[in-house]
Design a protein around this ligand. Structure first.
Ligand SMILES: [Zn+2]
Length: 70
């Protein structure tokens, strides 16, 4: 029985692609994943460029917040 990794839909008639996404999520998930991944990279890069610990923590928290949206 297939289970969609994004929405959790499951059943004997649910089919998932090679990424574990159902047909519905296969079309919509990239619209959310790609911007979130770009934000995560932005925060990650910033965390390595800023000097203060509080700024580093703030950037890592931003990256975590974006990852939690996924
Ligand atoms: Zn789904």
């Amino acid at each position: 029985m297939a289970v969609c990794k994004w929405c959790g839909t499951q059943g004997i008639f649910v089919r998932t692609d090679e990424n574990g996404l159902c047909k519905k999520c296969e079309q919509h998930a990239p619209l959310r994943i790609i911007p979130a991944a770009q934000y995560i990279k932005h925060f990650y890069d910033n965390a390595h460029e800023v000097k203060t610990v509080s700024s580093k923590v703030s950037n890592f928290n931003g990256a975590i917040a974006q990852a939690e949206l996924l």
